[in-house]
Design a protein around this ligand. Structure first.
Ligand code: FAD
Length: 430
């Protein structure tokens, strides 16, 4: 259907979903279950789906990279859906309700669901892209593996010299996807160095720009794990600049390193930013319960007609790209499970709108984030925001952290593969 201006085929409402990641797929999956009377187009600039929680199997040498991505053309989509792969949206014309593809083709919609994830933007910190590998990039996992092998050799040499090589894992900005991932990296590197008997030749250092980037109740468990594994953690360290082997922080301190890996600052992709929808933090502000783009953003863009017309045409933004607070000082955490649930929640609202029914109350909002602890176990972090979603003013977020076997993570991956591909791809095996 590429090349068509679908506005010229008036019949059922046309829903456009931008992004076939966790959020977009959660939305189309639920629209299919509800048999929503609508046409749906789902556009993605890539043709594969990946799960960040599988990349560790690649850079620690347990699996090849091709085992951690799956063809989107095999996704089990409902009959109402058209999938456009290798197709980028490059511009939004919100007033005209059209998305413009990179080849200039406009796609008109009645309802827009933005789920394009985030981009890592290293340009905000001098020296970051030159001197630290971005940990949140699928294309970097093979380099990460090579760098780890080189670092192990360096640690071995340092053991002989009674010195230590330093691996710096620096979180450059919050919020970021899957907040436990930097700890998982530290614990897996620790395990690898111990397995080869060179751990005493290395320091593993994590820095974060705030007090504690994970939900508060997790802190004792993670601190105990860091202490047992001799992983050093420095909080309230805002990364200011990097030069070869030296990281500078805003408080005037610095950390010397032999290898630096970083969580780059993340933000909405360019086409969303250029549409004017983002806040000062670079994300799209939305209503917590509905994921409708907050009306101030549309007012600022002088699209008040859309706001005045009621909610039915205000676009949605879900997943990593959106910004909403769960407490005055606490942004909604970013995770695949949450993106999927936001997509499902939005699908239910679209379904009710298409049928002229009352909007449903928001559903559950409970995540599962896995941090491999390096000895066949995982630390399972389960933030539960359901109470906040039900009552944004008085509800309190909850979070549990527990230990589970590595198989729990594999099961979680397979749960999502089964939902998305319905048996048309082989199960993930570690
Ligand atoms: C290392 C790592 C480990 C993780 N572990 C976990 C975990 O254990 N549990 C968990 O719940 N989450 C985990 N996550 C987080 C999870 O992967 C993200 O939160 C999730 O992918 C967000 O879903 P999304 O739909 O918002 O974005 P994405 O899944 O990133 O999907 C966005 C899609 O939009 C497409 N797109 C972008 N721009 C355009 C455009 N201009 N035109 C068309 N298409 C576009 C992209 O190609 C992509 O397919 C992890 C992430 C990483 C990196």
């Amino acid at each position: 259907m590429a090349g068509d201006d679908v506005s010229e085929q008036p019949h059922q409402p046309h829903i456009l979903i931008v992004g076939a990641g966790f959020g977009g797929l959660g939305c189309i999956h639920t629209l299919g279950q509800l048999e929503t009377p609508a046409r749906v187009t789902i556009v993605d600039k890539k043709d594969t789906f990946t799960i960040g929680g599988t990349w560790q199997f690649v850079w620690t040498g347990r699996l090849s990279q091709d085992k951690t991505r799956w063809p989107l053309s095999s996704a089990a989509l409902p009959p109402m859906a058209s999938l456009m792969l290798n197709t980028s949206v490059s511009k939004l014309d919100l007033a005209a309700q059209k998305a413009i593809l990179a080849n200039g083709t406009p796609i008109a919609y009645d309802q827009l669901v933005l789920s394009p994830g985030v981009v890592s933007d290293g340009s905000r910190i001098p020296g970051l892209t030159e001197h630290a590998l971005n940990l949140y990039c699928f294309d970097n996992v093979v380099s990460q593996k090579e760098q780890l092998e080189h670092f192990s050799q360096l640690a071995e040499a340092k053991v002989l010299a009674s010195e230590k090589a330093t691996l710096l894992i620096s979180i450059a900005a919050v919020p970021y996807q899957c907040p436990v991932a930097p700890w998982e990296v530290a614990f897996l590197v620790d395990a690898k160095l111990r397995a080869t008997g060179v751990r005493e030749g290395a320091r593993i250092v994590i820095t974060a720009p705030n007090e504690w980037p994970l939900p508060d109740p997790t802190r004792p468990k993670f601190e105990a794990e860091m202490s047992a594994k001799q992983v050093e953690f420095f909080n309230n360290k805002q990364l200011a600049a990097l030069e070869p082997n030296l990281a500078h922080y805003a408080d005037g301190t610095s950390v010397a390193f032999d290898l630096a890996w970083a969580v780059y600052p993340q933000r909405a992709p360019d086409f969303v930013r250029d549409s004017g929808l983002v806040n000062a933090r670079g994300f799209v502000p939305v209503d917590l319960q509905t994921n409708r783009i907050a009306s101030e953003a549309l007012q600022l863009l002088q699209i008040p007609a859309m706001v005045k017309a009621g909610t039915s045409h205000v676009p949605y933004c879900i997943g990593d790209c959106c910004w909403t607070m769960i407490q005055p000082e606490l942004p909604h955490p970013k995770a695949g499970e949450f993106a999927w649930q936001m997509g499902a929640n939005v699908a239910k609202q679209i379904d009710a709108t298409c049928r002229g029914e009352a909007l449903p109350p928001p559903d559950k909002r409970k995540g599962s984030c896995f941090a491999e602890a390096g000895n066949g176990t995982v630390l399972l972090l389960e933030p539960d925001l359901s109470a906040v979603l039900a009552d944004p003013l008085n509800g309190k977020p909850d979070a549990r952290v527990s230990e589970a076997p590595e198989a729990a993570k594999v099961e979680w991956v397979n749960k999502h593969l089964a939902r998305i591909f319905n048996g048309s791809v082989a199960p993930f095996i570690s």
